[in-house]
Design a binder for this molecule. Structure first.
Ligand code: 4NP
Length: 153
């Protein structure tokens, strides 16, 4: 079982989409996929209605997800930890205990733009178009992750 965690700030906009998209591309018998936020603002909350709407447009139901906060235990529970932006990266790395923990963490867009540390911009304060853009970026990155995990390992 390969275990993958998607991380953003609130765990209501970007990482729930990343979780839903990657789940749709990998068999759940072999991959555990979850998401979390570095912040504690939305613990127990549904994903943002705009994320729910965009996911639904592409055939994904993410309404089973609830917000939770990233914790140090996630370094033990997951093999790969994908962050959306630089602030998520710094907040996750702050909790790392050793080089093994740090090695699990990467920017999700490095899967398509290696070593460039590009961010998936936070769409929270904008309109629905930002959520569309987020979906497209994450779909491309997750396609790459799924191909890598299924065929190159
Ligand atoms: P996310 O977006 O990190 O993609 O879930 C945000 C959602 C909520 C907040 C910030 C970012 N917030 O400050 O409440």
């Amino acid at each position: 079982m390969t275990k993958i965690l998607m991380v953003c700030l609130g765990n209501i906009c970007r990482s729930p989409l990343a979780e839903g998209i990657l789940k749709s591309k990998l068999p759940n018998s072999k991959f555990k996929i979850d998401s979390a936020g570095t912040g504690n603002y939305h613990i127990g909350d549904l994903p943002d209605q705009r994320s729910i709407k965009v996911a639904k447009k592409y055939g994904l139901d993410i309404t089973d997800q609830r917000g939770r906060q990233f914790s140090v235990n996630d370094f033990d529970d997951y093999d790969l930890i994908y962050v959306m932006d630089e602030s998520n990266f710094e907040n996750v790395i702050k909790l790392a205990r050793n080089a093994h923990d740090i090695a699990k963490v990467d920017y999700i867009l490095n899967e398509i733009y290696p070593n460039q540390n590009h961010s998936v911009p936070d769409p929270y304060t904008g309109g629905i178009q930002g959520f569309e853009n987020t979906y497209k970026m994450l779909d491309e990155a997750c396609e790459q992750i799924a191909n890598k995990l299924l065929y190159n390992s």
